[in-house]
Design a protein around this ligand. Structure first.
Ligand SMILES: CCCCCCCCCCC/C=C/C(=O)SCCNC(=O)CCNC(=O)[C@H](O)C(C)(C)COP(=O)(O)OP(=O)(O)OC[C@H]1O[C@@H](n2cnc3c(N)ncnc32)[C@H](O)[C@@H]1OP(=O)(O)O
Length: 289
């Protein structure tokens, strides 16, 4: 309830701000963790995640992301969005592990509902989505990129991308898996999901997790030129085609959202899973010291 009220407030405040800035010509709106700029080619917004240090998708970040998308969807002048990160070297570290560790079942259920919500909005968006992957992109970070229509990645071998859930002792849910299969094919997805593979850029390109690699300083300009090509296609035919390609996958979650929330909640609440997450978080800490 409290979150729904916050969401309404944010949406309202955001739309007032958005309107004022549009009049000034600034074409920019922001909440704390997501910045949206609509300068550049007509009809294109750049959405930057800025939840330092690693753009983990906390409940607040997911909510702000979903609201920003909703606003862009409602703005008929926007036809395309470039999704990128403001955190140096990190696209997104994926779902926030602290939302899935040491909390209560009601929190897990609320969190998962919001993860589903963002995924459904992104995956089924009528807008053209291009990701400019300018850093590491594990698990939920990869999920964000996979929702896009085209993925441009910085060719920096330090950055990796993939659904690595099995390395954490958890399991990618069926809709993550479905989207992976749709993108890289059944055999590659089967292998990568079991091994929790995090692909360096060259391998990510080879297997089809990303569409193009460019030097790091060219990621944004390439994303813009890709966007220009997609903008040249009439919206109605592109949108109907996208819907035809993606609807069955999205519907598969829509028809069992409640059951999926229950599955997640009972899975993540298990002592053995909490122990795995604890160990993984400890490993992340030790890496530093
Ligand atoms: C029967 C079937 C039922 C199925 C039901 C569903 C089951 C559950 C499905 C759950 C799906 C989960 C999806 C996910 O996205 S899980 C998250 C996966 N993410 C990762 O594995 C990334 C982990 N992070 C890293 O590898 C590195 O941090 C990274 C490469 C991103 C950056 O490295 P860097 O060296 O720059 O930074 P640090 O490692 O020092 O990190 C800085 C601080 O940030 C914290 N951190 C990192 N990642 C996360 C995260 N995902 N969530 C929360 N916090 C994170 C890290 O611990 C550091 O914190 P401190 O400064 O406090 O130490």
């Amino acid at each position: 309830m409290a979150l729904a009220a916050a969401r309404r407030l944010l949406l309202h405040a955001g739309s007032r701000l958005g309107r004022r800035e549009a009049v000034d010509g600034a074409r920019r709106f922001a909440n704390k963790r997501v910045l949206v700029e609509t300068e550049g080619p007509a009809g294109v917004a750049v959405m930057k995640l800025r939840n330092p240090p690693v753009n983990s998708l906390s409940l607040e970040c997911l909510t702000e992301f979903t609201i920003s998308l909703e606003k862009l969807e409602n703005d008929k002048s926007i036809r395309g969005v470039i999704l990128t990160s403001e955190c140096p070297g990190i696209f997104s570290a994926g779902l926030d592990l602290l939302e899935m560790y040491g909390r209560n079942p009601a929190h897990y259920a609320e969190y998962w509902k919001n993860v589903q919500e963002l995924w459904l909005r992104l995956y089924t968006s009528n807008m053209i989505l291009v990701s400019a992957i300018n850093g590491a992109s594990p698990a939920g970070g990869c999920l964000l990129a996979l929702c896009c229509d085209y993925r441009v990645m910085a060719d920096n071998p330090k950055y990796t991308i993939g659904l690595n859930e099995s390395l954490l002792g958890i399991v990618a849910p069926f809709w993550f898996k479905d989207m992976y299969v749709n993108t890289i094919g059944h055999r590659e997805a089967e292998r990568a999901l079991q091994l929790g593979t995090l692909f360096p850029p060259a391998e990510a390109l080879k297997v089809g997790v990303v569409d193009e690699l460019v030097p790091e300083d060219k990621v944004h300009s390439k994303a813009r030129s890709v966007m220009a090509k997609w903008l040249a296609i009439p919206d109605h035919s592109r949108q109907l085609t996208k819907n035809m390609m993606r609807k069955a996958t999205a519907d598969n979650l829509i028809k069992q959202r409640e059951a999926d929330i229950q599955n997640f909640t009972s899975f993540i609440s298990k002592d053995s899973i909490q122990k795995s997450l604890h160990m993984y978080l400890e490993k992340l800490k030790q890496k530093k010291g």
